[in-house]
Write a protein that binds this ligand. Structure first.
Ligand code: 5GP
Length: 208
């Protein structure tokens, strides 16, 4: 392949406080682009209505999950609200090595672990447009008590302090705009200089 077009697969990590809408952005992004593949996580939580094994998650029990941790099969894992969630390592590495971009939609603890193990990843922080809007979204889900929501909001403020570990931040006010920005990040990342001057000159020289 032409050196100017060549690129290894890139790992995009979409993360941010819960309720910021990273799941929604990710879903829409995958619908609108065929150039990215989602990493399917493993979890010990129960499947929700409509979720499919191997598509939404690989659903497993605690023992099997812990065995995967011991065997080093996970790129990262975290405990989120009492359940384990983790990224199976082998499929991610295989895709990246064959030039395919991979996207992870994971919580912030996990994202920070990926950063330690895979600093070449592109880390995107999804921000809620305001605390008032975040409160509205969390309340709208109807799954948590008022007290739990206050706790979450306090947690969000702490999570904001990790922003300097990220490469990009996208405010999720209008969904379409946020998705467009993430797409632009993917394009920008692939426009980075990924070859040496010598390789570039050689590739042009061949055309003379
Ligand atoms: P849910 O149970 O709503 O699908 O996900 C709960 C949280 O777990 C979300 O913040 C989601 O981003 C996060 N999550 C999903 N998969 C993974 C994963 O593989 N690793 C980590 N660290 N977090 C994950």
């Amino acid at each position: 392949m032409d050196i100017r077009e060549k690129h290894p697969g890139k790992l995009f990590v979409l993360s941010g406080p819960s309720g910021a809408g990273k799941g929604t952005i990710c879903k829409k992004l995958l619908e609108e682009t065929d150039k990215l593949e989602l990493s399917v996580s493993m979890t010990t939580r129960n499947p929700r209505k409509g979720e499919e094994e191997g598509v939404s998650y690989f659903f497993t029990d605690k023992e099997a999950f812990e065995e995967n941790i011991r065997r080093g099969n996970l790129l990262e894992y975290a405990e989120v609200y009492g359940n384990y969630y983790g990224t199976p390592k082998a499929p991610v590495i295989e895709k990246l090595e064959s030039g395919i971009d991979v996207i992870l939609e994971i919580d912030m603890q996990g994202a920070l672990k990926v950063k330690e193990n895979y600093p070449g990843g592109v880390f995107i922080f999804i921000l809620p447009p305001s605390m008032a809007e975040l409160r509205k979204r969390l309340t709208g889900r109807g799954t948590e008590t008022a007290e739990a929501i206050e706790l979450r909001l306090g947690e969000t403020l702490k999570e904001l302090s990790y922003i300097d570990k990220y490469d990009y931040c996208v405010v999720n006010g209008v969904l379409e705009e946020a998705v467009a920005r993430v797409k632009a990040i993917v394009v920008a990342e692939h426009s980075k200089v990924a070859f040496t001057a010598e390789e570039l000159i050689d590739s042009y020289r061949e055309e003379i």
